[in-house]
Design a protein around this ligand. Structure first.
Ligand code: NCD
Length: 333
């Protein structure tokens, strides 16, 4: 089996002008937030707003002649249903395969490149892909002509989640500019691809300051912190939520990603004990926003759900509009 490309190699590749997106998304692969300019991000957000207010009949014709396949090699509830519903809502023909590892020829040992090449012969206009390898979206994009949208590539990136997170942040903070906000990331910052993509996206949008709270074994990868600093972000890393809690405008918490640990003991040891409870909520700003990409395990207790600042279920809803926007922009409908 080929060794997956390293993160640096993937990002070096995506830095080339043909992968970068300033304004025109048509036919482009969406692999990483590093491809997006500030203008491109705002374009996705404004397209999502336009779609939300568009009459149903008009929206439903946007991709009526297009066909999209949603191919998932890793478990998912929200992202899978959000992409399939988004494509259907725009009138596209949608084929979803959830469980590619069990039910496609991947089970027999077929490579991702061969699978997408074969699927490409079926007349699709785009593939949405979730896969456990960091370089999966890039490999798929290089294997075929039609655009690939990355719905999660290993520990590396989850660009569409980051875009819906930014939409949530803007709406929940009543249109505050990301340049005015202090976001505090809590939890599994080492393996959590949502944190990796969102921190970079916020940096592109000009966020001045971010805090990262985790036990030592789950700290942000060094290259990511260096990249944020290069973009002018002031970063604080700590293992104590108490140190930064009161400064948070947005508190973004993630589960410890059990699937990436080599042993159950290592997972148990890494579980931070960092838990959001009503007592913690009492100490955050009255207008702060609590987010989580979901699924949660036990890092937010159920009593917190009724707190008006708990935005995680509303966050899921934003995914639909953002994914519709991306599909529409990429497929040129
Ligand atoms: C996340 C993922 O798959 O990276 N889920 C999601 O897409 N909303 C977060 C996670 O699995 O913890």
């Amino acid at each position: 089996m080929a060794t997956p490309l390293k993160a640096e190699e993937i990002f070096a590749h995506l830095a080339a002008p043909e992968w970068q997106i300033t304004n025109d998304f048509r036919g482009k692969d969406i692999i990483s937030v590093e491809q997006l300019s500030r203008e491109a991000i705002w374009k996705v957000l404004s397209t999502a707003n336009d779609l939300e207010t568009m009459p149903f009949e008009k929206r439903h014709r946007a991709l009526e002649s297009k066909a999209v396949a949603v191919l998932f090699y890793q478990p998912s509830t929200r992202t899978y249903t959000s992409f399939t519903r988004a494509a259907q809502a725009l009138g596209a023909d949608v084929l979803g395969i959830h469980g590619m590892m069990q039910y496609s020829s991947a089970y027999k040992g077929e490579t991702l490149a061969d699978t997408v090449r074969s699927m490409d012969a079926r007349g699709f206009d785009s593939f949405v892909l979730r896969h456990f390898d960091v370089d999966s979206a890039l490999i798929a994009a290089r294997s075929i002509e039609i655009p690939i949208i990355n719905a999660g590539s290993g520990k590396l990136e989850h660009p569409t989640q980051a875009l819906l997170d930014v939409r949530t942040i803007i709406k929940e903070t009543h249109n505050h500019n990301p340049q005015e906000l202090h976001i505090v990331f809590v939890g599994d910052l080492k393996y959590g691809r949502t944190v990796h993509s969102l921190s970079k996206l916020m940096a592109i949008l000009g966020a001045p300051e971010m805090s990262f709270v985790s036990p030592d074994v789950l700290r942000m990868p060094r290259n990511l912190i260096a990249g944020l600093n290069e973009r002018g972000v002031e970063t604080h890393e700590t293992s104590s939520l108490n140190e930064v809690l009161e400064k948070a405008d947005v508190l973004y918490i993630t589960r410890v990603q059990r699937e990436w640990f080599s042993t159950e003991e290592a997972y148990e040891e890494a579980r931070s004990g960092q838990q959001i409870t009503p007592a913690v909520m009492e100490r955050i700003k009255p207008e702060a926003v609590l987010m989580h990409p979901l699924p949660r395990v036990d890092e937010i207790t159920a009593e917190v759900d009724s707190d008006p600042r708990a935005a995680y279920f509303r966050q899921v809803g934003h995914g639909l509009w953002v994914r519709m926007a991306l599909l529409k922009l990429v497929l040129g409908g």
